[in-house]
Design a protein around this ligand. Structure first.
Ligand code: GLC
Length: 629
């Protein structure tokens, strides 16, 4: 990459030495090289649980099929309401449970574990890269040892940290007419509030999940939030003389007191007061995803079945499914329309939005009722799911083989036989990609459009692709392989890099418009965001690689609380507290809580993860899988 511009703040200077010393190429994380039983894996997670206290959740189910209208996962989504069996098996039964997961999954092996505590009994062993695609319904539920707000970490300091996190989360609660309706983005009295005194839709998602996952779940705040934001969706949204689409959900809202009318009033931002004046495309998708999590957790279908909730979902989806000039099934977006809400060159078809779109389509597919015009919408959703999946799995996927294919692309190809469909010029491959791409691993790149591939790695898009089963099991495994292989680059000293690498020098000037907040390795431009821990943890558990999450959580535990729960960290390895980071940033707190709640009780993953549609014809990937090397 080009040298840093003199105008840039060099957050990374002092870290360069360390990072050169700890070259990512030398630092490989080989935790998964040690085969472990599932029970051992969780024991290693410092859970210290007696495996006799492990409960099974429900019987095995096939993955759902959303496409032919025979949505088994959707059916299961409902059936589970009556099926939540709380059986407390013995250690022997636990081994049997593990083995039944293993038996369904060809990439697990059942071997005689001669070192298995000297017992010599047969146990399931995780291979170095255990498979994804195991039936999520088979996840074992580890019962919580402690009651009350703490979910029972064994490690004393982690327990204290959990307690502190729950307290801080409670302090961020926002009330409207006597009810909790959301959480403030940050409770930091030491710096200017800006818009951090608002309830952000995307920020509330990990908070809502923490509330759903904790013992004595706090369901009301999630329900109130969903209804309150739905109410805001109904407002007329106007920026200058232009009226926004009916389905747009707010980026954030706040509550103020109208002294004249002597009552509390809501104020919502649909992008009209945000930096760059961009509407948040992600808000509506997150709203649908959280609605599904709430329903999955509570088995309370009365909320999602309310006519106004059904209408809200339809309005969001109508915004994205309307016919236009598009030749791609992906969604065309402006820069700054998601978590990265400033100009960062993500305009076009950013992976984060495409993955969230796919996830929301699948969640809505489970909740929409076919009555009235619902059937027709469901058909459109099914078609879009199939087309979007094909497009992303084929054109966004990059591994070493594909990189080599692109490097050798011919250009100026016309007609249907074109291999280089988007006319990508090989010279546009940035130098860093070759160094970054391991022989083992792969990922979905940031953006694909005519003659433009944004090769940057974005964490959210890749993790959401795993959780929504947009990634094939093979691709999901390869993404986790990449995270292991490039640990120093992507995790470093504080999880997790939002994007890799940072834009520097000339590129930074052109792409960000010289944004002084997004200098290299800071904030959205290669900064590290603790909130992302929950997404990594969910993806790690889903792919059978909890060791990855455990390691990242341990890193976060070393500093997060001591540093005052910052919004983000700066520097190549994330060593500095972010230059303008708020302290007590609520989603940093909630992200940690959700990560802990899932690693301690993996069945919590079921609230946020979707299984693969096994019956959908899988697109043929023309390139070889990453582990053939
Ligand atoms: C910043 C982030 C955005 C977040 C908001 C509130 O604007 O870029 O993603 O939602 O802060 O935390």
């Amino acid at each position: 990459m080009s040298p840093a511009s003199p105008t840039e703040v060099c957050a990374d200077e002092s870290e360069k030495k360390t990072s050169a010393h700890n070259s990512p190429r030398n630092a490989s994380v080989k935790e998964t090289d040690t085969p472990e039983t599932i029970a051992e894996a969780y024991q290693k997670l410092n859970l210290g649980r007696d495996i006799s206290s492990v409960r099974t959740v429900s019987t095995s189910v096939d993955a759902g099929n959303c496409v032919d209208g025979n949505d088994k996962e959707g059916e299961q989504f409902k059936k589970n309401s009556t099926e939540k069996a709380v059986v407390v098996p013995t250690a022997e039964e636990m081994t049997k449970n593990c083995n039944s997961v293993v038996a369904e999954n060809s990439e697990f092996e059942v071997v005689s574990n001669i070192n298995g505590g000297g017992s010599g009994k047969t146990t399931s062993v995780l291979k170095p890269s255990p498979s994804v695609g195991m039936s999520l319904e088979n996840l074992v539920e580890v019962s919580s040892v402690a009651s009350g707000k703490n979910s029972g970490s064994e490690n004393g300091s982690a327990t204290a940290m959990m307690d502190e996190a729950w307290d801080l989360l409670a302090q961020s609660y926002v009330d409207f007419k006597g009810q909790h309706v959301g959480t403030l983005a940050a409770v930091d009295n030491s710096s200017e509030a800006l818009n951090y005194n608002q309830v952000f839709v995307r920020d509330f998602v990990p908070c809502g999940l923490a509330c759903l996952m904790k013992n004595n779940a706090d369901l009301e705040i999630v329900k109130n939030f969903l209804l309150k934001t739905l109410h805001l969706q109904g407002w007329e949204k106007r920026i200058d003389n232009f009226t926004l689409g009916e389905g747009v959900m707010p980026a954030s809202f706040k509550i103020s007191y109208d002294t004249q009318r002597q009552k509390e009033v809501l104020q919502a931002d649909f992008g009209g007061t945000a930096i760059g004046r961009v509407a948040p495309v992600d808000s509506g998708f997150w709203w649908i995803i959280l609605l599904r999590s709430y329903t999955k957790c509570t088995h309370d279908y009365s909320l999602s079945e309310l006519p106004e909730v059904q209408r809200g979902m339809k309005l969001i989806l109508n915004l994205c499914l309307s016919d236009g000039f598009d030749t791609f099934p992906t969604l065309l977006c402006a820069d700054g329309c998601s978590m990265i809400d400033r100009r960062m060159g993500i305009y076009g078809y950013p992976i984060e939005i495409q993955a969230l779109f796919f996830f929301a389509l699948r969640c809505a597919r489970q909740m929409l009722k076919p009555e009235h015009d619902g059937k027709e919408l469901i058909e459109r959703i099914d078609k879009r799911i199939t087309a979007l999946r094909f497009h992303i799995q084929n054109y966004y996927w990059l591994d070493f083989t594909q990189l080599n294919n692109i490097y050798r692309y011919k250009t100026e190809e016309y007609s249907h036989t074109a291999v280089n469909k988007f006319n990508v010029i090989p010279e546009s491959i940035p130098d860093w990609v070759l160094e970054f791409m391991p022989l083992r691993g792969g990922y979905f790149i940031g953006n694909v459009s005519p003659a433009r591939m944004d090769f940057r790695w974005f964490l959210i898009g890749n993790c959401i692709a795993i959780l929504s089963s947009l990634a094939t099991p093979t691709q999901a495994t390869a993404i986790m392989d990449l995270i292991e292989e490039r640990w120093t680059d992507l995790i470093g000293e504080m999880p997790l890099k939002i994007v890799y690498p940072a834009l520097e020098g000339h590129q930074w000037r052109i792409v960000t418009g010289c944004d002084p907040k997004n200098t290299r390795w800071s904030y959205h431009n290669g900064g590290s965001w603790p909130v992302l821990l929950w997404l990594l943890t969910a993806a790690s558990i889903k792919t059978g690689r909890p060791q990855i999450a455990k390691r990242a959580i341990e890193l976060a535990e070393q500093r997060l609380s001591k540093d005052g729960w910052p919004e983000y960290y700066d520097g190549i390895t994330g060593r500095y507290i972010g230059k303008q980071a708020r302290k007590n940033q609520t989603w940093s707190i909630a992200g940690y809580l959700v990560a802990k709640l899932m690693i301690e009780n993996p069945s919590n993953l079921l609230m946020i993860s979707l299984e693969e549609d096994k019956k959908i014809t899988k697109p043929k990937l023309t390139r070889s899988a990453s582990w053939t090397f």
